[in-house]
Design a protein around this ligand. Structure first.
Ligand code: NAD
Length: 438
């Protein structure tokens, strides 16, 4: 079992730390955010992620999982250091590697024994080589280190499950020592016969971007198909089922909606496109996926506008769902943000409710009205807009909804309601790729 430090205790770092400590390793999760670390020391979990609190509690109680703000000390005392800090989008769309560089600097200054430096953050191809050079140039001694790229594929909302039962583990390295340290760490998963892909650093970095961009591409593709379905009288869900039965296509990620959001796809597609441009390759499919996604958000607002007869002035619009997908409180790049912004710009009033993401959205939109239940949120509203497909919303009794609304009007951007039921209860509605406004 290894002594591991994880630098960056966000969605990826915290889940990784909890998971690796559960495998029996001795893990310290460190972060520059004192509030976050203090909360964790006091048993307060800073993010909503199903199953994470139990996993953290189990491993902090056993003494295998600790939290600290003393990054230097934690690095000096470990065998493997994971970099799991954010790599957000810069203004020009490139990945901002300033946090990664800052961690590399701290590592360079604090190497006291052979250590494996492993990057989990999503970083453009070539970053591993840059980190290795940087540490070599800034190290204060001759102590050796190895570098590994170990991209993370967990999905928010099912992150714990994804980490403990991944589809694959990708390990990019240059030495057999580094491979064996990593194989040792992931041994419990290896026993479950999870494929471990051993490759070089550049290939590992490339796998992560190629995978994310492909998933984004699938979403944009089905959104375009949905738009055409609306024009030709086809049902996009049945089209997706028909397509998905083909094993070469698979039905996953063929769900039309208001466009992809979240902390990964929007920034990773852009960074991938810029990286390819730098190398003189034009990624036209990825550029199209990005453009289609922007247009899709606008299309959703157009649908709302149409439902309200192009007059949002003083209308109350209830937004159900703020997070970019269910089972997470992450609102980064959520399609709900564009929708809310446009409603405000057009002088409408926003009522909002999300089962867990109200607080996160308050940071961006402190002045809209937040509610603690869908029913309160929809009271006397002119229209309700479903932005996130939480199970709680799938279960809404349309009879009750109709009673609380001022007008029986719904924009269902996630296609969670049955068209037959909406018709039966006399709703005026629109959705994505299934039906036009009656
Ligand atoms: N969130 C996901 O679903 C997901 C999935 C796979 C990969 N990734 C990638 O993993 C990386 C982390 O993503 P995230 O969603 O966990 O980010 P996050 O914003 O939730 O967490 C990043 C953490 O790093 C900390 N940090 C920043 N600079 C630091 C420094 N110099 N020293 C110590 N701590 C520092 C921040 O305070 C924050 O707590 C990104 O590159 C992301 O693209 C994310």
């Amino acid at each position: 079992m290894k002594k591991i430090t994880i630098v960056g205790t966000g969605y990826v770092g915290l889940v990784t730390g909890a998971g690796l400590s559960d495998f029996g390793n001795e893990v310290t999760c460190v972060d520059i955010s004192k509030t976050k670390i203090n909360d964790l020391k006091n048993g307060i979990i800073p993010i909503y992620e199903p199953g994470l609190d139990e996993l953290i509690l189990k491993n902090t109680n056993s003494g295998r999982l600790k939290f600290s703000t003393n990054i230097e000390h934690s690095i000096q005392n470990c065998e493997v250091v994971f970099i799991a800090v954010g790599t957000p989008e810069k203004e020009n769309g490139e990945a901002d590697l300033s946090s990664v560089r800052s961690v590399a600097k701290t590592i360079a200054k604090n190497i006291t024994n052979y250590v494996v430096v492993c990057t989990k953050s999503t970083v453009p191809v070539g970053t591993g080589a840059m980190i290795v050079n940087y540490i070599n140039q800034n190290k204060k001694n001759d102590i050796q280190f190895d570098y590994v790229s170990n991209p993370e594929f967990l999905r928010e909302g099912s992150a714990v499950r994804d980490f403990l039962w991944p589809d694959r583990i990708v390990i990019g390295a240059r030495t057999t020592d580094a491979y064996s340290v990593m194989e040792d760490i992931y041994k419990p998963l290896y026993r479950n016969k999870k494929p471990i892909i051993l490759t070089n650093i550049e290939t590992a970095e490339m796998i992560k971007y190629s995978a994310n961009a492909f998933l984004a591409l699938k979403i944009s593709y089905i959104n375009e198909v949905a738009n055409l379905c609306e024009k030709v009288g086809a049902d996009v869900h049945q089209v997706a089922i028909g397509m998905g039965q083909d094993g070469r296509i698979s039905s996953k990620f063929l769900h039309p909606g208001p466009g992809f959001g979240g902390s990964c796809f929007p920034k990773d597609t852009k960074a991938f496109s810029i990286l390819s441009e730098k190398h003189g390759i034009s990624m036209k499919t990825i550029d199209a996926a990005i453009d289609i996604n922007e247009v899709q958000k606008v299309r959703m607002f157009d649908k709302l506008n149409k439902l309200l007869k192009f007059n949002l002035n003083n209308k109350t619009i209830s937004i159900l769902g703020l997070s970019f997908k269910p089972n997470t409180d992450d609102v980064r790049e959520s399609p709900a943000i564009y929708m809310i912004k446009m409603i405000i710009e057009n002088n409408g009033f926003v009522n909002a409710f999300d089962p867990v993401a109200n607080d996160a959205m308050k940071v961006q939109f402190p002045k809209i009205n937040y509610f603690d239940s869908w029913k309160d949120c929809c009271k006397n509203a002119d229209v309700v807009v479903i932005m996130t497909e939480w199970n709680e919303f799938r279960g809404i009794d349309l009879k009750v909804l109709k009673k609380v609304l001022k007008n029986p009007c719904i924009l269902d951007t996630r296609n969670i309601f049955s068209i037959n039921k909406l018709n039966e209860y006399g709703f005026i509605f629109d959705n994505v790729g299934r039906n036009n406004i009656k």
